[in-house]
Design a protein around this ligand. Structure first.
Ligand code: NAD
Length: 484
């Protein structure tokens, strides 16, 4: 029997007004294992109405930061209680081994909720000295108010973690929300909303409308009562969202893709750099926005490093992620399988040297072989475009200046890694690289207290950390005349 999922609006499961559902496909078997509600403008209107009611008149609008924080702490406890179940939901939906979300996504999500529980009571204003008002003294101060009802649009690659990045911060700030999960991965967002209800959040604070981007996503962007869109996904969708939301002057935060460089100097700790680069390439089948897919290697090290990385790629155990010992499952969907293989073929056609992997033939399940290219140039498609699959591109450099120039010659600017044992060089290169986050001798360190986001095509704004919570507030200034 297939599972049927409905929207979650105002604290209740709600069937789609259209009566239509979307099939959910298992990437390992390519079989339908469930269906989820196909949302429409009517469903979005219903959910936004519930969220607005709570924001303006409901019990939520009466809660101070301390009490919002207590609810967030309770939600963190419940997510911790159900963490294996939530990790399995996300893993099964995209064919990922559950070990990764259990070790990475869930602990990060729980830490975010706990951190936000503290931020909820720290969103303070300022008292600002001024020159007075036409000769009369004044007192000016600011208060932080919730930005309003948020539309949170989420991709499929780490669904729960990315949902929580948005949810934790916006709840700390006192906002309400309509979440639109990816059409491929609606389960964990729906379960999270049910856990929030169990924690005691008033009905209507957290609503989930499932469905397609062009229908539910667009309806959120066009809705007059959505104050902010927080989007994580592809640059193509991000561009369209910014255009739509811009006409209505909505606040927009965009967390988009990347083509993040890992710069390996010849003084790096060799084994650490190989391990770190392999992790940055193959975690979640390479379907990670911060994937370190452009590996810049100093010439003297290039051949040995390429060989070691190719060996690491061949050693990855690819197969059914439910089987013990399997490290890598299929990519999440057919379109992704075709896209990754198209890029691998392009790499071969454009003259890069294939060291491991290669084009995968279609079979049962969308399995892609971990692939390493060497002798690539930075103008090749495999070096410029985000492939979103387990494909690494090695480019050789001679000098530090050349490495930095190559790293910055990209339309993206999300993350970067510097592998070196020279402390001064590490900081010099970290300062020179155009990226939202730089890891020195570590790939993509994520933490609830650290801001995350990119430059250029990688997006606008930051989530995470205290500044992530501030981003869901408006700073209002109040001035009172103080005649003596
Ligand atoms: P996508 O852009 O296709 O979809 C993301 C979400 O947006 C989905 O919920 C989708 O239904 C919705 N959507 C699509 N078109 C829309 C539109 N026109 N209006 C409103 N909503 C729309 O991306 P995806 O394939 O789900 O995810 C992969 C992309 O996400 C990659 O580019 C990856 O780098 C990026 N990503 C970025 C980060 C980050 O933190 N920067 C994290 C994870 C994924």
């Amino acid at each position: 029997m297939t599972e049927q999922l409905n929207h979650f609006i105002a604290g209740a499961a709600v069937e789609p007004s259209s009566g239509h559902y979307i099939d959910l496909l298992d990437p390992v078997t390519e079989q339908v294992y469930g269906r989820s509600a196909r949302g429409s403008v009517e469903d979005v209107n219903h959910a936004v109405g519930a969220a607005l009611e709570q924001l303006e008149r409901g019990a939520w609008s009466q809660l101070d930061g301390a009490r919002r924080g207590r609810l967030l702490s309770k939600l963190a406890d419940l997510v911790e209680r159900d963490s294996e179940r939530l990790a399995d939901m996300d893993a099964n939906a995209i064919g990922r081994s559950p070990i990764e979300p259990r070790r990475m996504d869930l602990p990060n999500a729980i830490a975010n909720l706990r951190a936000a529980a503290g931020w909820a009571n720290q969103l303070e204003g300022r008292t600002i000295p001024t020159g007075g008002y036409f000769g009369t003294r004044t007192l000016s101060y600011t208060v932080r108010e919730p930005v309003g009802v948020v539309g949170a649009i989420v991709p499929w690659n780490s669904p729960l973690m990315i949902t929580v990045w948005k949810l934790a911060a916006l709840l700390a700030a006192g906002c309400t929300v309509v979440i639109k999960p990816s059409e491929e991965t609606p389960q964990s967002a729906l379960h999270l909303a049910a856990l929030a209800q169990e924690a005691g959040f008033p009905d209507g604070v957290i609503n989930v409308v499932t469905g397609y981007g062009a229908e539910v996503g667009r309806a959120l962007c066009e809705h007059p009562h959505i104050a902010k869109i927080s989007f994580t996904g592809s640059p193509e969708a991000g561009r369209e969202i910014q255009r739509t939301a811009g006409v209505l002057f909505k606040r927009v935060a965009l967390e988009l893709g990347g083509k993040s460089p890992q710069i390996v100097f010849d003084d790096a700790s060799f084994d650490d750099a190989v391990r770190g680069c392999a992790l940055g390439l193959f975690a979640n089948q390479g379907q990670v926005c911060a994937a370190g897919s452009r590996i810049l290697v100093q010439r003297s090290l290039a051949e040995r490093f390429g060989a070691a990385l190719a060996e690491a790629a061949r050693a990855v155990n690819v197969g059914d992620p439910h089987q013990p010992g399997v490290q890598m499952g299929p990519v999440a969907k057919k379109a992704q399988f075709e896209r990754v293989n198209r890029y691998i073929q392009l790499g071969i056609d454009q003259g890069a040297t294939l060291l491991a992997g290669g084009v995968s033939t279609p079979g049962r399940g969308w399995f892609v072989r971990p692939t390493i290219f060497a002798n690539a140039r930075n103008d090749m498609a495999i070096a410029r475009d985000e492939i979103f699959g387990p494909v690494g591109t090695l480019i050789t450099f001679d000098t530090e200046d050349e490495a930095v120039a190559l790293a910055n010659d990209s339309s993206y600017g999300l993350a970067a890694t510097v592998w070196t044992t020279d402390l001064v060089r590490a900081h010099r290169v970290a300062a020179a690289v155009n990226a939202g986050a730089v890891g020195i001798n570590c790939w993509s360190p994520l933490d609830a207290n650290l801001p995350w986001g990119g430059l250029k095509t990688s997006g606008i704004g930051r989530e995470g950390g205290f500044s992530g919570a501030l981003a869901y507030t408006e700073e209002k200034v109040i001035t009172v005349l103080m005649p003596s």
